[in-house]
Design a protein around this ligand. Structure first.
Ligand SMILES: Cc1cc2nc3c(=O)[nH]c(=O)nc-3n(C[C@H](O)[C@H](O)[C@H](O)COP(=O)(O)OP(=O)(O)OC[C@H]3O[C@@H](n4cnc5c(N)ncnc54)[C@H](O)[C@@H]3O)c2cc1C
Ligand SMILES: NC(=O)C1=CN([C@@H]2O[C@H](COP(=O)(O)OP(=O)(O)OC[C@H]3O[C@@H](n4cnc5c(N)ncnc54)[C@H](OP(=O)(O)O)[C@@H]3O)[C@@H](O)[C@H]2O)C=CC1
Ligand SMILES: Nc1ccccc1C(=O)C[C@H](N)C(=O)O
Length: 445
């Protein structure tokens, strides 16, 4: 197998989160790597578009960053979120911890995280960023990408190509033409809109800083994640269509004011530019994309959202994309420089795990918008937590396995199902004992 060279490098399409981290992993092994990105360099051009301003980074992402020595640098830009702060309609709040004391997820700005990774990549002689190059076509026979650069076409000789170009991947679109490629996409009937809570007048945070805030309202919800500048990025998740509570029904400033005043009065009070933000900011779609295999012949491999876009409700899309990079690196150890074998092995091992987190992410929307206020759900959570305290890693709540471990997602689902069975049997036994006790007490009256 030929090694990548400057004339025929490894090509990564997309300098987003997965593409930038992947380039670091590849360069560490000494491979010549060229990263082609459709947007301008945000470090020179400032904000270059995109939404989802901040993200929750947790163990999987941090583990992958640590392997290339980046986690401490990134953690300096993070705000720890120790739990969900639930806001009810009356304005009461309740903090539901995510895990054991000392366990938390981290709010980080997408742009600064991306720029930290690109800065680190720039330190390597082996990594070459090429901005404002949009992939137009991919010649699958030999994996040659064709980019548009300011109206000019560039064909790039390539040793092997990684598609890290996000949920609407052009690399994946080219692979779909090849036949024997499975693809499905499923849009939620809900969309999302980002809004803003500014810092307090003294520069501090207007809500408790170290939590992910949730206003669960059963059929829709509002969430807020803290930013380092004292602001919060607020996201409304709501049905696209329908009378009363839907984006479609919010046509005028009065509609928006009334909707927020009715359902989120405490949050409304903190958003002076609500109506302006609401009508200026786009409404985004929420989509799950599955495909298989992730590779094409011996030439191309998809990673991150390009391979598996999941709805954001578990805060795991980026974490899974970073985990892809770590797993790929472990496989490089075994298979490099046989890129074909590497691609096959990666695809086979990652697919079931990506499918599992896609399902879990869909489930977590229901949990966040509805279950967090349900006494039965909270009772089960307490039992789960108590068992985790006693049995340590012998019993881990589902949320902890997803968020605070590197257990493969598919294994997490199996383990959680087994634990649920045990809890059900336990609950049935407790209910039977209580019933027997009551019957005995009554018989002695
Ligand atoms: C509202 C929202 C909130 C989220 N919150 C979280 C969270 O809290 N935690 C979490 O882990 N995940 C979260 N995610 C998911 C996370 O954003 C994605 O999983 C992550 O960005 C995937 O990284 P990626 O590198 O695969 O794709 P991206 O980050 O999208 O990067 C793709 C890159 O490819 C470039 N590109 C696209 N097309 C081309 C082309 N044709 N040619 C060249 N370049 C191209 C793009 O410009 C971009 O730079 C959230 C997503 C959304 C929508
Ligand atoms: N699973 C999900 O529900 C969602 C996941 N995401 C993920 O988060 C990433 C970053 O988010 P953000 O920066 O806000 O992403 P954006 O929505 O700004 O889009 C990122 C890239 O996808 C392209 N794109 C966006 N919408 C479409 C579309 N409908 N059809 C074709 N291409 C499209 C954009 O092209 P251009 O720059 O030309 O506009 C851009 O290259 C996304 O790339 C995606 O991977 C984002 C939204 C929802
Ligand atoms: N980042 C997000 C973006 C959108 C929706 C949810 C999240 C979460 O992180 C939710 C968190 N994991 C929770 O379960 O409370």
């Amino acid at each position: 197998m030929k090694m990548p060279t400057q004339e025929e490098p490894l090509v990564v399409v997309g300098a987003g989160l997965a593409g930038s981290l992947l380039s670091l992993y590849l360069a560490r092994r000494g491979y010549e790597t060229a990263v082609y990105e459709s947007r301008a360099d945000s470090r020179e051009a400032g904000f270059v578009g995109g939404r989802s301003i901040n993200l929750a980074l947790s163990t999987r992402g941090l583990t992958a960053l640590a392997r290339v020595g980046m986690h401490e640098r990134v953690l300096r830009e993070c705000i720890p979120m120790h739990g969900r702060m639930i806001h009810d309609l009356a304005g009461n709040t309740q903090l539901q911890p995510y895990g054991k004391p000392g366990q938390f997820i981290n709010s980080v700005s997408r742009q600064s995280l991306n720029e930290i990774l690109m800065d680190a990549a720039d330190e390597h002689d082996h990594i070459h960023f090429k901005f404002e190059r949009k992939l137009k076509d991919l010649e699958l026979e030999d994996g040659t990408p064709v980019f548009d650069h300011k109206g000019e076409t560039e064909r790039v000789p390539t040793r092997f190509l990684f598609g890290a170009d996000g949920a609407y991947s052009a690399v994946r679109q080219a692979m779909m033409r090849s036949g024997r490629f499975d693809f499905s996409q499923s849009y939620l009937s809900h969309g999302y809109k980002e809004l803003h809570i500014p810092p307090a007048s003294d520069g501090g945070w207007q809500l408790y800083k170290n939590a992910l805030h949730i206003w669960p309202r059963r059929d829709f919800m509002l969430i807020a994640l803290p930013n380092l500048d004292g602001s919060f990025t607020v996201t409304l998740f709501l049905a696209w269509k329908g009378e009363g509570t839907s984006f479609e029904a919010l046509e005028t400033t009065e509609d928006v004011e009334h909707f927020f005043q009715t359902h989120f009065p405490d949050a409304r009070a903190l958003m002076p530019d609500l109506a302006n933000d609401f009508f200026e900011n786009p409404t985004g779609s929420l989509v799950t994309i599955r495909c298989a295999p992730y590779h094409s012949a011996d030439q191309v491999l998809l990673v991150g959202d390009a391979a598996h876009a999941v709805v954001p409700f578990y805060g795991q899309g980026m974490n899974a994309a970073f985990e892809d990079c770590r797993i790929l690196d472990e496989m490089l150890e075994m298979y490099a420089p046989d890129w074909g074998l590497l691609a096959q092995a990666f695809s086979k091992s990652r697919k079931p795990n990506a499918d599992a987190i896609a399902d879990l992410a869909l489930y977590n929307y229901l949990e966040m918008r509805s279950k967090v206020a349900d006494p039965l759900f909270l009772a089960k959570k307490r039992a789960d937590t108590a068992l985790h305290d006693v049995l340590d890693d012998g019993w881990m709540p589902l949320y902890s396995m997803v968020t605070f471990s590197n257990i493969p997602y598919a294994e997490v689902v199996e383990r959680a199902q087994r634990q649920d069975q045990i809890l059900k049997i336990g609950a049935t036994a407790v209910a039977a004992s209580v019933a027997a006790g009551l019957a005995f007490a009554l018989s002695r009256r």
